[in-house]
Design a protein around this ligand. Sequence first.
Ligand code: X2W
Length: 289
Amino acid sequence: MQTHQQTRQTIVRLLSSMASAKEISQYLKRFSQLDAKRFAVVKVGGAVLRDDLDALTSSLAFLQEVGLTPIVVHGAGPQLDAQLSQAGIEKRTVDGLRVTSPDALAVVRRVFQASNLRLVEALQRAGARATSITGGVFEAGFLDRDTFGLVGRIERVDLSPIEASLQAGSIPVIASLGETPGGQILNVNADFAANALVEAVQPYKIIFLTGTGGLLDAEGALIDSINLSTEYEQLMQQPWLNGGMRLKLEQIKTLLDGLPLASSVSITRPADLAKELFTHTGSGTLVRR
Ligand code: X2W
């Protein structure tokens, strides 16, 4: 685990190796003119929490240091797979979503709490201020109870816990659990949660942090940009586009369709986040409408 000092050193080294000070300061100046409370929504996949926590906390702590406190929402897919299997609960998914029984939900809640705390504590150790938010944001209804069980579709987003955190200069770290008005907790796919947050916050930057660092083509090479208006139909027909990526691309399309034309989504890895935000060349996959 990195200390605050190590975090700063890592970031300084990273930035100086990839961009000129002039380039970075241009971006910092541009970003400082934006409303800092809606700079970015960053979705962190469970695989990133598991495999890349140091780079993740360094990158998020850096954004906070330069006054661009991100809004973070995270999943816990691989952690859930592991803990559910340990509890003897068989995995079943339909259309990429986990069918969630009452027994499974108990594990889901515990794993989300633990993953959330792990990230918050890692951020604090890296010198960042971070607030754990594991409820009170996503009001949800049942997606389709017969098919999925205790899985939610977000119907309303309450931004007040997020605003309170940002007001205090603290990174809101939000778990993708929903709750019905009647108080039933529901399992929500973290990409869905990120999309609902984006619609509510209307951030300048939408960032998905994944283990792969972007969308990969048939040969496993990074696709550095996708223009949905000309490439979407063709991409969706590719046999190599796997279920997870297909779902992600579909959701990004739905998301961007509801946002201003200039909006874009970046899919990158934690170590490349600063490069994506502060350099002309960027990193990962940039998806535009
Ligand atoms: C997801 C929630 C976790 C998630 C699940 O149970 O796996 C549903 O499928 P990642 O790591 O971002 O994939 N929920 C309903 O989305 O985590």
